[in-house]
Write a protein that binds this ligand. Structure first.
Ligand code: CP
Ligand code: NVA
Length: 308
């Protein structure tokens, strides 16, 4: 069953194939109304259910528009409105979904819930973010990076600040696609050992330092993410803010990357926390290209899952 659960599940060729499809479809429909269906309507008659245990703007929008553009349709299921929210098991929920829709994109807390959906639904499952990983975001990031830098292999990307789900999926992508990834984060906020060990075993060039300036040196792209992810507790907020403030992406930090470095952020962003307004709203920022590419990249993910 062709699921889309983690970047690490894919070969370099498979990732590049999806990125090429995303690029081709983006180019082919340039200038058309956003709701127009792609000429081949490859997902006509197919329905995607979108399950949300956490809030979302981009993931919800991009999958909904992606299905429309591919000729299919969607059903949004917020977990609070489902029996899942009252304790129905994920296994039973998965089996019911599998009887009624053609595929499921789910944004859930625990990664094991995505795995359970994949095990029990009998239809392709897409990870729309878990506490552990966010592979769909990385497909859009890769598409954006390639658009702005003309290539992926051999690039150096820097990650500064808290390391969470997006960072993990990025480490997997950098390793598989032959990019150097330099991570600047304080102790306690660095990537988990298991993903670093996985990358090392695959020959990945993943460098972890506590020095943000060292991390961005020679970088073609500087990235960060919120310091308070959806899975973090409100009580942690003050300590996280204090610990991470030296890691804010400021104009001074950007000046230490390559002169033509771009800035990416998965959004939502918090100006004055993980990134200065001058950076995210400045000329090096490509965050809205990145947000738009969620749509194009998700179309390629969907086509992969439908075996097309
Ligand atoms: N980047 C991202 O996944 O955004 P949403 O939380 O709005 O879906
Ligand atoms: N790390 C963030 C990503 C949001 C798209 C979170 O999990 O909240």
């Amino acid at each position: 069953m062709p699921h889309f659960i983690d970047i690490a599940d894919f070969s370099k060729d498979a990732l590049l194939r999806m990125l090429a499809e995303a690029k081709r479809r983006k180019q082919d429909r340039a200038g058309q109304p956003k709701g127009a269906v792609d000429a081949d309507a490859p997902l006509a008659g197919r329905t995607l259910a979108m399950v949300f245990e956490k809030p979302s703007t981009r993931t919800r929008l991009s999958f909904d528009m992606a299905m429309r553009q591919l000729g299919g349709s969607t059903i949004v299921l917020n977990s609070g409105d489902m029996q899942l929210g009252r304790g129905e098991s994920i296994e039973d929920t998965a089996k019911v979904l599998g009887r009624m829709v053609d595929s499921v994109m789910a944004r859930v807390h625990g990664h094991e819930k995505i795995k359970a959906l994949a095990e029990f639904a009998g239809i392709p499952i897409i990870n729309g973010l878990t506490d552990l990983s966010h592979p769909c975001q990385i497909m859009a990031d890769l598409q954006t990076l390639e658009e702005h830098k003309g290539r992926l292999e051999g690039l150096t990307v820097a990650w500064v600040g808290d390391c969470a789900n997006v960072t993990r999926s990025w480490i997997e992508a950098a390793t598989i696609l032959g990019m150097t990834m330099k991570i600047g984060a304080p102790e306690g906020y660095q990537p988990e050992e298991d993903v670093l060990a996985w990358a090392a075993e695959k020959g990945g060039a993943i460098i972890v330092t506590e020095d943000p300036a060292e991390a961005v040196k020679e970088a073609d792209c500087v990235m960060t993410d919120t310091w308070i992810s959806m899975h973090h507790r409100e009580e942690e907020k003050a300590k996280r803010m204090a610990d991470l403030m030296p890691y804010q992406v400021t104009p001074a930090l950007m000046a230490q990357a390559k002169e033509d470095a771009i800035f990416m952020h998965c959004l939502p962003a918090h100006r004055g926390e993980e990134v200065a307004a001058e950076v995210i709203d400045g000329p090096q920022s490509v965050v809205f290209d990145e947000a738009e590419n969620r749509l194009h990249a998700q179309k390629a993910v969907l086509l992969h899952c439908f075996g097309l």
